[in-house]
Design a protein around this ligand. Structure first.
Ligand SMILES: C[S@@+](CC[C@H](N)C(=O)[O-])C[C@H]1O[C@@H](n2cnc3c(N)ncnc32)[C@H](O)[C@@H]1O
Length: 285
């Protein structure tokens, strides 16, 4: 077996795509990218709603992005008022447009705020939805404590985060998949310093516990989109592999990076199926 050398990472050339830049999550391209990511994973909204064992009159979506999941929550929970919080002006503007187009402005509101700001003073929230956003927040435990304060007695916080990165690869790439998953763990460890500065990130369930919340369930779930994939899904397959190739530069060998690029460019890969893996953690007071 060849020895896998890991070239030294150049800390000035990190790819912060969508991660940490002040301008990240701004502009029409970012909105389109987050809309596509949201649509591919929209099934998780129904999965989480199906897991709740209590009525929901009030929802807060933290780091809502352009509101793909926000509006799905409003549709699936027709009694609920839904507040979307996001620090990006572009995302909140896109969310308002979506709410208007869906005729849901009476129940769906957007506010441009930096979490935990925007949570203060809120109470009796039955569902806090935090999808792919918590890892961006500077002090996650402080944010989770603020979330806890907003929850009603029966309330649930649903945290959706990256699942198993091996799902990016087609079957038959187990060894490469393991290396990609390990490299992503190191990528997030490194990024976490950049995102969180002096308040280092911890394992998700540990942070939830430190915030005084009780873990109700914690599992990894996979949504499978069967072929034929539509244009957006095909773009997602190629885009997520090319993004991995860029983000894992310096964390994988040149040969592995080449293999990722080859798979990304392989038309058969884009023929699907597309697997989307997410970790879903539910917690209460
Ligand atoms: C990857 S997107 C996720 C969007 C959506 N929740 C989804 O799952 O598709 C992350 C979102 O979190 C927002 N965000 C990042 N840090 C934030 C903070 N401190 N306060 C509020 N929103 C934040 C970003 O602007 C972005 O829209």
């Amino acid at each position: 077996m060849p020895h896998h050398d890991h070239p030294r990472r150049d800390h000035h050339s990190h790819d912060h795509h969508g991660h940490g830049h002040e301008s990240a999550f701004e502009g029409p391209e970012e909105v389109a990218r987050v809309v596509a990511d949201g649509e591919i994973a929209i099934g998780y909204v129904g999965e989480v709603v199906g897991l709740l064992d209590h009525p929901v009159d009030s929802v807060v979506d933290i780091g809502s992005g352009p509101g793909v999941a926000t509006l799905e929550l409003a549709r699936l929970l027709p009694e609920a008022r839904v507040v979307a919080l996001d620090s990006s002006a572009s995302m909140i503007e896109a969310l308002r447009e979506r709410a208007t187009a869906a005729g849901l402005t009476d129940r769906v509101q957007g506010r441009q705020v930096e979490i935990p700001e925007g949570l203060e003073g809120r109470a009796d929230v039955d569902l806090v939805w935090a999808s792919m956003s918590l890892h961006h927040v500077a002090d996650e435990v402080a944010a989770l404590r603020a979330v806890r304060e907003t929850l009603s007695e029966r309330g649930t916080v649903a945290i959706v985060e990256f699942g198993d990165q091996r799902e990016l690869l087609p079957p038959g790439n187990d060894a490469l998949g393991d290396r990609v998953e390990n490299a992503y763990r190191r990528y997030f460890d490194e990024q976490s310093q950049h995102w969180h500065g002096d308040t280092p990130s911890d394992e998700l369930a540990a942070m939830v516990g430190r915030a005084g919340l009780r873990v109700l369930s914690d599992h990894v779930s996979v949504i499978t989109h069967q072929p034929p994939l539509d244009e957006a899904q095909r773009r997602y397959v190629t885009g997520s592999l090319m993004r991995a190739r860029k983000q894992l530069e310096g964390l994988l060998t040149a040969a592995d990076l080449d293999a990722l690029e080859r798979i990304a460019r392989d038309p058969e890969r884009a023929d699907g199926p597309l697997l989307v893996s997410r970790r879903i953690l539910l917690a209460g007071r």
